[in-house]
Design a protein. Structure first.
Length: 635
């Protein structure tokens, strides 16, 4: 055992052999414990899909899987896709070219919203944060050409990425049929509008504060957004109901709406509108077009190669049929014994949280009672959902022989999803629906439902293995489970009550103390160095709070087991975060990801642990040292 490595970089010590041997697949931007499990799952599922595709009689008696195979097979038919070329997109893009003013875009119907992206009014349907039993209209903003606003202040990185984007778009426009002058002029205009618009979009830190995105707005106010259209009348055409109340995520855009979407800016906007909608649909066309359209993202994330035809077909089909496929996977491969064991772990950790709250020394009795109420009402979802959304039943694939193509099928699926979303206006959705496929190596907490969800796919080795030392399971999947519970009490989740409503259940003094401790978490992580830049403690604070609470809770739960092994717990925690990233991906994550880099997540949490410091005799001069008075304890 290298005592020096343990004391200076526990993550590197535990993962030394893996870090030397691990390689990032050429068509991916990273590899990690999560990524390895995902690759293993992908291999299993692809083998099933390929078998079903080659022998249709082997397809399970499952209508969703039959449609899956039909769509997947259409993507594999490169001869037909090459023959069609740009044709499926031409009438779709011609409608954009025929636009002459913003007035043309503000017609009172749903067609543009159903079929096109990057519209001036970015409209969606989502829960009202206060009255979360009903869904309302939300007005959002549009994405910039570059992945996030922060890159625009870095001239070198901005110019590098805009050059890559322009080169790719130029080649696609030429291939589409534009001449050299037309293509260059469109790109110039598009970048000009993007450069104007980028000043109004939110930074990564602003986007991470999702509570601040909730800006309830009455009709009298939102009707003042623009002189070009009655917003309430437009929205009424979507749901045939008077609209008196909406939420606006980014008031910067809507306070200057007519300045941004002015007559003078129309041609610049139209160029970017055309390009955005072209790029959004290139993957439905020929392999040549599809591969060309990956060039920019591969530069952005430093990916060496485009996805192979088979991998792409798998990805694209899962973008629509991922939930039905996940249901099949979970029911076939997820064991009831494992589910029961995970449920037991969850309840143990909820019990630990309860005890920690009861013994909390900085909260008042009033706030503790409210927190205990919220904890007791958390809904736990494990493995797979009881039901899936009804629109999947309408996902009927029209084959090439029937006059269909990938683009038209995909647009039909998109429209079915959007129409379903509209049908929920003013209503509540069944809480049994999930926002993630069971075949996803991840987990989540939904503050509006006070619900934690653990898909079947993450409940596997290395995160969970039935029969191994319990401390190893608690250090990995246990910490993941407790992390999601902790999200109910992070700087955002703590603003929602036990019913998932935005509601302040804190006393004023307790809230001030919580904010003080939140600031300490920011300071604990902020400006920590990585090979690709510094960590932004403010951007990552909610996830770091969840890590702190999750780790401490899982550790305490592990201590309750007869076979508790503290070192095994620490090692399992560090192993679960092993990761390597390509340069572009590492930079993008530092700029906009609400999670701290994996190595930082692993080491800072350990360094913050009193037990870790005692176990390995961590001293002031060691890299894993955090002064006792700087160690943060919230939950």
């Amino acid at each position: 055992m290298s005592n020096k490595k343990i004391k200076n970089d526990f993550y590197e010590y535990v993962n030394e052999d893996w870090l030397k041997k691990a390689t990032i697949p050429s068509d991916r931007s990273s590899i990690s414990s999560f990524g390895e499990l995902d690759l293993s799952l992908e291999k299993l599922l692809k083998s099933l899909i390929e078998k079903w595709t080659q022998d249709r009689s082997s397809i399970p008696n499952d209508p969703y899987m039959k449609e899956y195979v039909k769509y997947y097979s259409m993507i594999l038919d490169t001869k037909k896709r090459d023959e069609l070329g740009w044709e499926p997109l031409r009438s779709f893009l011609n409608k954009i070219e025929n636009l002459t003013s913003f007035k043309d875009m503000f017609v009172y119907d749903k067609e543009l919203w159903l079929n096109y992206s990057y519209l001036p009014l970015e409209i969606s349907i989502y829960e009202d944060f206060v009255d979360n039993k009903k869904r309302i209209f939300w007005l959002g903003d549009n994405p910039t050409i570059l992945p996030n606003k922060d890159i625009y202040s870095n001239e070198e990185e901005k110019n590098k990425l805009l050059k890559a984007w322009s080169s790719m778009v130029y080649d696609l426009l030429i291939d589409y049929g534009k001449n050299d002058l037309e293509a260059k002029e469109m790109i110039k205009k598009a970048i000009k509008f993007d450069n104007l618009y980028k000043d109004y979009v939110l930074s990564s830190v602003e986007q991470a504060d999702y509570i601040a995105l909730y800006n309830p707005t009455q009709k009298e106010e939102f009707e003042k957004i623009t002189n070009q259209i009655s917003v309430s009348k437009l929205l009424k055409t979507f749901v045939n109901t008077e609209i008196d109340f909406i939420s606006i995520t980014n008031k910067k855009v809507y306070n200057e709406f007519d300045k941004i979407y002015s007559k003078e800016n129309f041609e610049d906007f139209k160029a970017l509108f055309f390009i955005k909608n072209l790029l959004a649909n290139t993957s439905y066309l020929s392999e040549k077009i599809r591969i060309k359209s990956t060039e920019y993202s591969r530069v952005v994330y430093s990916v060496d190669e485009y996805r192979s035809l088979e991998n792409f077909a798998f990805d694209k089909t899962n973008s629509y049929f991922g939930m039905p496929l996940g249901m099949y996977y979970a029911k076939e491969y997820f064991g009831e014994k494992s589910k029961a064991n995970i449920e037991n772990m969850v309840q143990k950790m909820i019990g630990v949280y309860k005890n920690r709250l009861l013994n909390n020394e900085w909260l008042s009795k009033t706030t503790i009672e409210k927190a205990l109420l919220k904890l007791s009402t958390i809904k736990v979802m494990i493995g797979y959902p009881e039901i899936i959304r009804p629109y999947y039943k309408e996902f009927s694939v029209k084959t090439y022989e029937e006059g269909g193509d990938i683009f038209s099928n995909s647009k039909n699926f998109d429209n079915l999803i959007k129409e379903y979303s509209l049908s929920l206006y003013g209503k509540t959705e069944d809480e049994r629906y999930w926002g993630m496929s069971p075949a996803t190596v991840n987990a989540y907490y939904n503050p509006l439902k006070n619900q934690i969800v653990f898909p079947a796919a993450i409940l596997s080795d290395p995160f969970y293995k039935f029969g191994r030392v319990s401390s190893a399971n608690y250090g990995s999947i246990g910490a993941v489970i407790a992390h999601e519970i902790s999200h109910g009490f992070d700087n955002h989740g703590a603003q929602f009550d036990e019913n998932g409503k935005l509601n302040n259940w804190w006393t004023e003094e307790d809230k001030k103390e919580f904010e003080k401790r939140t600031k300490a978490v920011i300071d604990l992580y902020d400006k920590r160095e990585t090979p690709f830049g510094q960590v932004n403690g403010e951007l990552t604070v909610s996830e770091n709070i969840a890590d702190l609470g999750g780790f401490d809770c899982a550790l305490e739960a592990a201590k309750l087991e007869e076979d508790f092994d503290k070192e095994e717990f620490f090692k399992s925690w560090a192993r679960s975060w092993r990761s390597i990233y390509k340069e572009g991906t590492a930079k993008r994550l530092l700029e906009s990801d609400v999670h701290a880099p994996a190595k930082i997540r692993a080491n800072v949490i350990l360094a913050n642990s009193d037990l870790f410091a005692q176990t390995y005799s961590i001293e002031k001069e060691d890299g894993m040292y955090v002064a006792p008075e700087k160690r943060v304890k919230i939950w």
